[in-house]
Design a protein around this ligand. Structure first.
Ligand SMILES: *[C@@H]1O[C@H](CO)[C@@H](O)[C@H](O)[C@H]1NC(C)=O
Ligand SMILES: *[C@@H]1O[C@H](CO)[C@@H](O)[C@H](O)[C@H]1NC(C)=O
Ligand SMILES: *[C@@H]1O[C@H](CO)[C@@H](O)[C@H](O)[C@H]1NC(C)=O
Ligand SMILES: *[C@@H]1O[C@H](CO)[C@@H](O)[C@H](O)[C@H]1NC(C)=O
Ligand SMILES: *[C@@H]1O[C@H](CO)[C@@H](O)[C@H](O)[C@H]1NC(C)=O
Ligand SMILES: CC(=O)N[C@H]1CO[C@H](CO)[C@@H](O)[C@@H]1O
Length: 413
């Protein structure tokens, strides 16, 4: 497999070095610059390269880095329009960043022994269809963007700091066994109808996903900051095990096929809730245990029924507007309005509830609507007057909490 694109001379050097590389080579100045295949073969006797290896834009054709088993720093190949393949039959670990970017003619990457990389960044890497890595067992940050890779299944880790996957038009499925995502998970604009599942994920700091047709997080219990889902194609979504967000919002905007949204165990959102322009969603009844929202709740859509049976405390505004008639729901919800609006004060910010607003779906911003606080329930406040002063209105009524919790700010952006 590997041999087929190698010049015979390179095979010979690679083969010898694989057996003989024994030294630790400390790179002077921390970085060695490789301008040609000959420069690379100069590293053939280095079992460990202490420092970084930078392959310049002058390296052309089939590039082999044979000999080193470990590079303690980075391995970088950037802005190169001449290299066709990159391979190493010996490299097992990269202590820093493995960065390949803007390599327009790159057709193949082959590092079958590579199992450990601190940070993997592959962006606009030409045409490789396969990762060329058998199994990456340790990696803390992954960014794979604008590639023609068909699968990234070789990334098989339990814990990861961040995973960014976007604009990879041939990746249509991703089902990693990751349990913890310490920082961010971002998945956007990959293959049409991409299906994503994280069967073992329990804890994630931040999740942002769009353009997928199936999504599942069966075991996720905690989202530390926010979870955001925009413009996906799934027809239903559930977070069966999610109990709370620690410091962030939950938002669903423009998921046009979504008919069901359920959070059976969610009790607390330390942030806001935004659900807007998901036009197939008629019922908001999937929050049976939700008690506390420390930010605002903003709902825009074609709803006919909205209920939050266990809600005890909303520190921000409650702002609902539907294209349909939600009069009955508004009557029930209104009981929780602030005392100055005649309710029991469970909702501390302004209470708004509006039926038959044809333009309900046009407001998808994090800002909540009217600051005036209509009593709502009868649909008479159609096209509520001062949408743009909403943020100001909200911050007046909930200013104390802005300072105290700091989280509302996110919903007001
Ligand atoms: C992922 O790695 C584990 C061991 O770390 C192994 O048991 C499992 O089969 C691997 N999964 C895949 C899809 O290769
Ligand atoms: C959901 O969480 C409970 C513990 O709260 C756990 O026992 C159960 O296995 C989890 N379900 C899944 C699918 O992980
Ligand atoms: C959770 O998020 C908060 C707020 O952003 C942050 O301060 C904290 O470090 C995060 N917790 C962990 C374990 O990452
Ligand atoms: C949502 O409501 C708008 C405005 O009434 C309507 O044009 C649209 O067809 C509705 N969409 C669905 C999926 O019901
Ligand atoms: C609402 O979603 C539709 C797709 O369902 C989209 O075409 C439209 O631009 C969205 N509106 C806003 C204001 O985001
Ligand atoms: C999984 C699930 O609950 N599906 C339901 C989603 O909503 C539609 C329409 O309301 C139901 O028919 C499905 O059973």
């Amino acid at each position: 497999m590997l041999v087929k694109y190698l010049a015979p001379a390179v095979v010979a050097i690679g083969a010898v070095s694989a057996q003989t590389a024994t030294s630790t080579c400390t790179v002077s100045g921390g970085t060695t610059t490789i301008n040609s295949q000959a420069d690379a073969t100069g590293l053939a006797n280095c079992k460990t390269v202490k420092g970084s290896v930078v392959v310049t834009k002058d390296v052309a054709g089939d590039f082999q880095l044979s000999g080193p088993q470990s590079i303690t720093g980075d391995l970088k190949i950037e802005d190169n329009s001449k290299v066709n393949s990159i391979g190493s039959d010996t490299l097992e670990s990269i202590g820093g960043e493995f960065k390949i970017t803007k390599t327009t003619q790159l057709n193949s990457i082959s590092m079958p022994k590579l199992t450990k990389v601190n940070k993997l960044t592959w962006q606009s890497i030409g045409n490789p269809a396969e990762m060329g890595i058998s199994q990456l067992n340790e990696v803390s940050e992954v960014t794979i963007s604008d590639t023609k890779l068909r699968s990234i299944d070789a990334i098989n880790v339990t814990n990861i700091d961040s995973m960014n996957l976007d604009n990879n038009q041939f990746i249509i499925k991703y089902e990693p066994s990751i349990k913890t995502i310490k920082k961010d998970l971002n998945i956007h604009a990959n293959g049409l109808d991409m299906e994503v599942s994280f069967p073992n994920l329990i804890w994630a700091n931040l999740i942002s996903i769009s353009d997928v047709s199936k999504l599942s997080f069966p075991s996720l219990e905690i989202v530390n900051t926010s979870a955001r889902f925009d413009e996906n194609k799934f027809d239903s979504f559930s977070f069966p095990n999610l109990t709370e967000t620690k410091a962030g919002d939950i938002s669903f905007v423009g998921n046009e096929n979504m008919q069901n949204l359920t959070f059976p165990k969610l009790t607390r959102v330390n942030g806001g809730v935004l659900i807007a322009n998901n036009t197939a969603l008629e019922d908001i009844s999937g929050f049976p245990l939700l008690e506390t929202v420390t930010g605002a709740i903003k709902l825009r859509g074609n709803f006919t029924e909205v209920k939050f049976p266990k809600l005890q405390s909303v520190r921000g505004a409650f702002d609902l507007s539907s294209t349909n008639d939600v009069t009955d729901s508004c009557k029930t919800l209104e009981k929780m309005a602030p005392t100055k609006q005649g309710g029991n004060g469970k909702i501390e910010g302004t209470f708004d509830c509006e039926s038959n607003n044809d333009e309900a779906n046009e407001d998808t911003s994090g800002k909540t609507g009217s600051g005036q606080g209509t009593k709502g329930g009868d649909g008479s406040d159609k096209g509520s007057d001062d949408k743009d002063s909403g943020a100001a209105g909200l911050s007046v009524s909930t200013g104390l909490f802005l300072a105290a919790a700091g989280v509302l700010a996110q919903l007001l952006l």
